[in-house]
Design a binder for this molecule. Structure first.
Ligand code: VGL
Ligand code: ZN
Length: 184
């Protein structure tokens, strides 16, 4: 049995100054950097959109493939990331969940590595973190979301809080960074 840290979409466009800034989004970076050395498996996703997609009917254009806005936040310890999953690559749908990544199948990858527990952190609580954590539970992974290491878009002010409650209802464990022990 092993566990992995999964870093969702900690990209420039979701941080202050970016195209779709999550309020306080960059505050997750130092918390994640402290969590990283407690895990032997560290993976990440990137929102990775084509220039034209139906997704941009709902959102300002962001995280376009190959652009600066799509890069990881410069302070994130990205050297520790062992595999990146690219999602939102379709012109037709949103692809919020990392289990919809198109460069590599996340579920197969995790099973091959014997990973049974997934610790989800990053951006944004009410979209990609939520969908990734819900998909992980549905697929039978023991799933954790570290509250200090996520931030919400909050299109409506309570969206982040509601997302945490919905995840908890679905069986996601909402935990604090201090309680994530050193482990494998
Ligand atoms: C996301 C809105 C639009 C996310 C992606 O990563 O949570 N949110 N695209
Ligand atoms: Zn997006």
């Amino acid at each position: 049995m092993s566990r992995a840290l999964f870093i969702v979409d900690v990209q420039n466009d979701f941080c202050p100054g970016g195209a779709l800034p999550v309020p306080d989004g960059d505050a997750v970076v130092p918390v994640i950097n402290v969590l990283i050395p407690r895990f032997s498996f560290v993976f990440a996703s990137k929102d990775w959109h084509p220039e034209h997609t139906k997704h941009f009917e709902k959102w300002p254009p962001h995280c376009i493939q190959g652009t600066r806005g799509a890069r990881f936040h410069p302070q994130l310890n990205r050297g520790a990331i062992q595999q990146v999953f690219l999602k939102g690559t379709s012109t037709e749908d949103d692809g919020y969940s990392a289990f919809e990544a198109t460069n590599r199948d996340l579920e197969t990858f995790l099973r091959q590595k014997g990973i049974t527990q997934l610790y989800v952190v990053g951006l944004a609580t009410d979209y990609c973190v939520k969908q990734t954590a819900l998909d992980a539970v549905r697929r039978g992974f023991e799933t954790f979301v570290v509250v200090e290491a996520v931030r919400a878009v909050n299109v409506q002010p309570e969206d982040g809080q509601k997302a945490l409650e919905m995840m908890q209802q679905a069986g996601v464990n909402i935990v604090h960074a201090d309680d994530v022990a050193n482990g494998s």
